[in-house]
Design a protein around this ligand. Structure first.
Ligand SMILES: [Zn+2]
Length: 446
């Protein structure tokens, strides 16, 4: 396939904008980049996709999400509103995830994948929980991801909150799926809930069960509850990050989601172990848990990426939240440079995705890279350069401007029409499933 008449945003280091360029895609990869004129002469018979002057750029990557949370939208929490993060878990998320069966898991995933394809998010790192449908749940999500044609890295959250049997079922599901998944679009890692629901003994079992070289994907210090849990769970350690380090959970393949309440001592350990941190500002604001010190972490060389924690898969909304949050929090408009947002959302997310999908580089438009890209119908009223692009994204890009989504050389959306997913049918089936889920949820919380 030959994409012509595009302004390419390569997101190399340094980034380049290439007007009136073409991309030759062979199979799942970008084979060649050149001017439209040159490649039209070289590949005259190749099937063409005319970008009509739009931007063509690598698809967005989401470093931490929860497909299973789709049916929380519009759900009323009965009784008093949750007062803190622990109550949000106890009144909303834990009864909700217990209400999921396999079909609900399937349609919550498909709902999020429609949203991702439509908004140009082509790779997602998911963290799944369905305590009453654990076995095979990752297969169900895998089928949805393959049907959509997007890329995802999956895991199941191991937790002690539902007793040892379900804790072990969670371990089994991770190990089984890590050994099983073979699809070029689906990768796996080992999921853990958070220090507040994990014991020393459980982490020992997880580490022993995880295949050699596997990293972990875990929430850490999203609220202060993980810190309290160090004492409540008799871990013998005072800091959650320190504890995970001593337990052998940290490392260059491990993802720590949130890290809102970490101190300098813990940041140094995250930097030393090259552990990944993901930032989800919309979720942090919604849960009122605090503001992650992402600038300090970036300065220490910690690889901080950007996730959405199950919020909409419009990553540019997450860019904006990340950008504004530090400014208002510090009452200082100089905080959170737009380039730092791009560093997290573009460069770090791409490097993280490449750990799970090592076959071809993701997140750059260069020869040999995975052909994962989007068209953005953006016609700037001011000069657009590689240097000021982050601010165009922050202040000018809208999710509705994504008109095409391509993953592994396959066109998933063209002229805003989804080609692999039937949006209306999925929404209708999702509403059926959501009604059942809400009924089961209400039976638990009333
Ligand atoms: Zn999360």
């Amino acid at each position: 396939m030959l994409i012509v008449n595009a302004t390419l945003v390569t997101w190399e280091t340094p980034n380049r904008l290439l007007p009136d360029h073409a991309l030759y895609i062979e199979g799942a990869r970008i084979r060649e980049i050149g001017t439209s004129a040159a490649l039209l002469v070289k590949y005259p018979r190749e099937e063409k996709l005319d970008a009509r002057g739009q931007l063509a750029m690598p698809g967005n990557i989401c470093a931490h999400t929860h497909f299973y949370g789709a049916f929380a939208r519009g759900l009323a929490i009965p009784g008093e509103a949750p007062q803190n993060f622990r109550e949000i878990l106890e009144k909303l998320w834990w009864p909700l995830d217990k209400s999921l069966d396999a079909e609900a898991v399937r349609y919550s995933a498909l709902t999020c994948l429609v949203d991702a394809a439509r908004h140009g998010t082509t790779t997602l790192i998911d963290h799944h929980a369905s305590p009453n449908a654990i076995d095979g749940s990752l297969d169900v999500i895998e089928q949805a991801v393959v049907q959509a044609g997007l890329r995802a890295c999956l895991c199941y959250e191991v937790t002690d909150r539902d007793g040892p049997e379900k804790m072990r079922a969670g371990i089994r599901e991770n190990v089984r799926f890590l050994q099983k998944t073979k699809s070029p679009l689906v990768a796996a890692t080992f999921g853990l809930h958070a220090p507040l629901t994990l014991s020393n003994a459980t982490l020992d079992e997880c580490r022993a069960a995880a295949p050699e070289g596997t990293g972990f994907h875990i929430h850490v210090s999203e609220s202060e509850d993980d810190g309290y849990a160090m004492f409540d769970n008799n871990t013998g350690v005072a800091w959650p990050v320190d504890w995970l380090n001593k337990q052998g959970i940290l490392g260059p393949k491990t993802i720590i989601a949130h890290a809102v309440h970490v101190d300098e001592y813990e940041m140094d350990q995250l930097a030393d172990t090259q552990t990944w941190v993901t930032h989800q500002p919309r979720s942090n604001m919604n849960n009122a848990v605090g503001v992650a010190q992402v600038e300090a972490m970036l300065e220490k060389g910690i690889k901080v990426g950007l996730g959405n924690d199950g919020f909409s898969n419009s990553m540019w909304d997450e860019w904006r939240a990340a950008y504004f949050l530090q400014k208002i929090h510090h009452l200082d408009p100089r905080r959170m440079n737009g380039m730092d947002v791009a560093k997290m959302a573009i460069y770090h997310n791409a490097e993280l995705a490449n750990i799970f999908f090592p076959d071809a580089p993701i997140g750059q438009l260069v020869p040999g890279a995975a052909a994962d890209l989007i068209f953005v119908d953006y016609h700037s009223p001011t000069e657009l350069t590689a240097g000021n692009l982050p601010w165009h994204i922050l202040f000018g890009f809208q999710n509705s401007m994504v008109t095409a989504t391509i993953v592994g050389g396959k066109v998933l959306m063209k002229n805003r029409e989804l080609l692999t997913l039937d949006e209306k049918e999925i929404a209708a089936k999702a509403r059926e499933q959501a009604a059942k889920v809400w009924k089961r949820y209400n039976a638990q919380v009333q």
